[in-house]
Ligand binder design. Structure first.
Ligand code: ZN
Ligand code: ZN
Length: 344
């Protein structure tokens, strides 16, 4: 029994022939299992979709009620039998509703982890370690230079700046699904109680988080707020909006960007960011290699980013490893521009 007899990597996503499904397919298929609602993983137009309630709800919010022919809700820890393949969703710790998908057949377990992080996040269920034979991992930040550090420390940096410049607005670029709500929750955890302002593109998703019981305190729309009202406030927007005319309504804004890429100075400069905040919803280098080791998997499939470095690390550790050349997964921090335009 080879793992490829259970899941076959194809350019448009991994496919389980016997179960008749693809995981996070990048083109429309008959049956899709979807790890989380980010638009490069969760596309509209599939026949049937199996995903967690939150992922289905957020796809509906983004694409409208007819985003799939039919839907089925996956519950963390519950096994569904699809054509002899046993499928179980487990929390991935990436964003609300995000899941790793374990596929088991003939005594072999493969875990497709989607995007994941192994650090605490007040807005989603924590990453669950699932022992497996083959682990499919993302590689967004798979270079040793990427060490995200402590998100609370980055929030403290933002709050120090707010205290230092009470007359200026603080405009924080944050991806509108997941990152924005995490930044708000971390600000509240740090004791910040003032209203937080939101760009129009993140209102719907943020309201959904609140509806699902994530406490985010008082939120207000930037739309309609006067320049004077915005002085001294914190506002969140999609990263692409930092450089748009939209940002001119803020009084002398301090621009910040919450992203794992902010570890790289050139990226901060590229966005014209004054206050880079290293906050990521992806595992950093240490998180990736610790997770890979902890799964006990003897074989690692790598997708989505810096495949080469991670494949190399695996082989030096005696693990079988291969890159999956799936086209169409991006990094949400860099793809938010199109999304912002679509939702603004
Ligand atoms: Zn993602
Ligand atoms: Zn992704």
């Amino acid at each position: 029994m080879r793992p490829e007899d259970i899941l076959v990597p194809t350019p448009s996503g991994v496919c389980c022939k016997r179960g008749g499904f693809h995981i996070d397919p990048t083109r429309p298929v008959e049956r899709a299992l979807i790890t989380h609602a980010h638009s490069d993983h969760a596309r509209a137009g599939h026949g049937a979709v199996l995903a967690t309630r939150e992922t289905l709800d957020m796809m509906r919010l983004r694409y409208g009620p007819n985003f799939a022919g039919s839907t089925q809700t996956a519950i963390y820890g519950e096994t569904v039998n699809l054509g002899g393949a046993k499928v179980t969703f487990h929390p991935a710790g990436h964003v609300l509703g995000s899941a790793q998908i374990a596929v088991e057949a003939d005594g072999l377990r493969i875990v497709a982890s989607g995007d994941y992080k192994n650090v605490a996040d007040p807005t989603c269920a924590p990453f669950e370690l699932v022992p497996c034979d083959v682990f499919i991992t993302e590689a967004t930040f798979a270079l040793p230079v990427f060490r995200h550090g402590d998100a609370d420390g980055e929030i403290a940096k933002l709050l120090r700046s707010v205290a230092l410049f009470p007359e200026r607005a603080h405009l924080v670029g944050a991806y509108s699904l997941g990152k924005a709500q995490r930044v708000i929750a971390l600000l509240r955890k740090a004791g910040y109680q003032a209203p937080i302002y939101l760009h129009g593109a993140m209102e719907k998703i943020t309201a959904y988080y609140v509806e699902r019981g994530i406490a985010l305190g008082e939120l207000r729309a930037v739309r309609g707020a006067s320049k004077a009202e915005l002085a001294g406030t914190i506002a969140l927007c999609p990263p692409s909006a930092l450089k748009e005319i939209w940002a001119r309504r803020f009084p002398d804004p301090v621009t910040a960007f919450a992203s794992g890429w902010m570890r790289v100075r050139a990226r901060a400069r590229q966005y014209g960011v004054e206050l880079p905040l290293v906050i990521s919803d992806h595992a950093d280098w240490d998180g990736l290699i610790a997770t890979i080791a902890a799964t006990g998997a003897g074989e690692i499939w790598v997708t989505h980013g810096q495949e080469d470095a991670l494949v190399h690390w695996c082989t030096t550790r005696g693990l079988k490893a291969r890159p999956l050349d799936i086209v169409g997964y991006g990094d949400e921090d860099e793809t938010d521009g199109a999304q912002a335009e679509a939702e603004a």
